[in-house]
Design a protein around this ligand. Structure first.
Ligand SMILES: [Zn+2]
Length: 443
């Protein structure tokens, strides 16, 4: 059919001769354009003249406003120099467009340069939203605003604990939230019973804390929980992969590691270094951990007047702790997200693990701030902080790879009008010479 038209209107309405290049055999655009009912209709209107809008075939309506920009050469339709892609070839074109896995905006710009179809931007968006590879390597979330720990009223009321490994040896670290006093005890084994044994040793000196904050195993083992019940204290575990909730213990681990490194370097006692550390004032509190915990300055290797060794109560410690915490929070929050993301049960999400985002599902809100129980793509239920969760538009169907991406080109066409305008360049409209025989048509 098209051949006839080409012959008949050999010197037809096209006034421009643009060098078209087209050499991709996989994409037989010419044949597919002829087979595509909408594009075929356009070819027909192009050569026979566009009827009045009222009489135009519904399927072609989206192209009506562009009719003056349409050119057909060698059976291929162009809108403002951009090749109009037949419906059947669009999934393949989307795949090619996204071959380098660039982001949405870049891909849209790239497409806008060279190709066109109504609703193209929506389809690109949907395609990229469903790209497993892009989803996997998304950026990490911004950190959440700090939820400060409640400031304790008295020494050794609340402690944080962690285990550190240094030069093949494990140590138990327990730090007091009030005085920042910490104990560093060598562990023979990393087992619950060994940790219980060492904890008892520490508690026999300082008393039993009310709250014991610790990161997971072996602190959340049934053995340790039983110990906590017998010794009458509460264990609070922080969210896995989000140690900020046990920030003090984390920082103390770093301090301890530095002490251990320096002791090793100098060949001196860690105990002597620890003692000096415990007797050195904390800048924000203007008192040392020893003064805050025992209300006295401890005698060290350094000379000291007897008078200074007498016990003396520290005043307004809680006020100072609160003021420091407030200052710390406002600094921290400057670079944190302003709004907390909520996740509804049963919705598909992405879960970050080792910097990589993988599909999963929300099970329920966990019993800790910003924490959720989620099911990962292996079907395991885990607890994660919102820092490592992301809402997604991806249709999570288990472990699906690229395979489930193809053929998802359903697009809502409700906004096609604006899409048309945006997707096309602002190049001036080419004027066509209208052959006399078309003068009776409204164009
Ligand atoms: Zn991608």
């Amino acid at each position: 059919m098209q051949e006839t038209f080409t012959e008949e209107f050999d010197t037809g309405p096209t006034v421009h001769c643009i060098n078209r290049f087209y050499n991709n055999n996989l994409l037989n655009i010419k044949t597919e354009s002829e087979l595509d009912p909408v594009l075929n209709k356009i070819i027909e209107y192009y050569y026979q003249g566009w009827p009045n809008r009222k009489h135009i075939d519904k399927s072609v309506q989206l192209y009506y406003n562009l009719r003056n920009e349409i050119i057909i050469e060698n059976g291929i339709i162009y809108v403002a120099d951009k090749i109009v892609i037949p419906t059947k070839l669009r999934p393949l074109i989307l795949k090619l467009l996204h071959e380098s896995h660039l982001g949405l905006n870049k891909t849209k710009l790239r497409a806008k340069q060279i190709i066109y179809w109504p609703g193209m931007f929506n389809e690109i968006e949907q395609f990229i939203n469903n790209c497993n590879t892009c989803n996997k390597f998304q950026n990490s979330n911004k950190k959440s605003p700090l939820i400060p720990h409640e400031v304790p009223n008295s020494p050794y009321e609340k402690v944080g604990a962690d285990i550190l490994s240094f030069e093949g040896t494990d140590y138990l670290v327990i730090v007091d939230y009030y005085s920042k006093w910490f104990d560093l005890i060598k562990l023979k084994y990393k087992t619950a019973s060994e940790i219980i044994k060492k904890s008892k040793q520490i508690f026999s000196t300082h008393g039993i804390p009310k709250t014991f904050i610790a990161d997971n195993m072996p602190f959340n083992s049934s053995e340790f929980i039983t110990f906590s019940k017998t010794w009458n204290f509460t264990v609070v575990t922080s969210s896995p992969h989000y140690p900020q909730s046990n920030g003090l213990a984390e920082r103390t681990v770093q301090t301890s590691k530095k002490l251990l490194k320096k002791a090793l370097e100098e060949g001196c006692d860690v105990e002597a270094m620890l003692l000096e550390y415990r007797c050195t004032p904390i800048i924000s509190l203007q008192a040392s951990p020893a003064e805050l915990l025992f209300s006295r300055i401890l005698r060290t290797k350094l000379p000291i007047a007897n008078k200074l060794l007498e016990p003396r109560l520290q005043h307004k410690v809680q006020t100072k702790l609160k003021a420091f915490q407030q200052k710390y929070k406002s600094n921290y929050d400057k670079t944190a997200t302003k709004k907390e993301t909520q996740f509804k049960p049963n919705t598909n999400i992405l879960i970050q693990n080792n910097k990589v985002w993988l599909p999963g599902k929300v099970i329920a809100k966990a019993n800790a701030p910003r924490s959720y129980l989620v099911e990962n793509n292996n079907g395991t239920i885990i607890r994660r902080n919102t820092k490592h969760l992301k809402n997604t538009k991806i249709n999570v169907t288990g472990n699906s790879k690229e395979g489930n991406i193809e053929g998802k080109s359903k697009v809502k066409n409700k906004s096609n009008k604006s899409v048309l305008v945006k997707e096309l360049s602002t190049r001036p409209i080419r004027k066509k010479k209208v052959p006399n025989r078309f003068k009776n048509f409204v164009m």
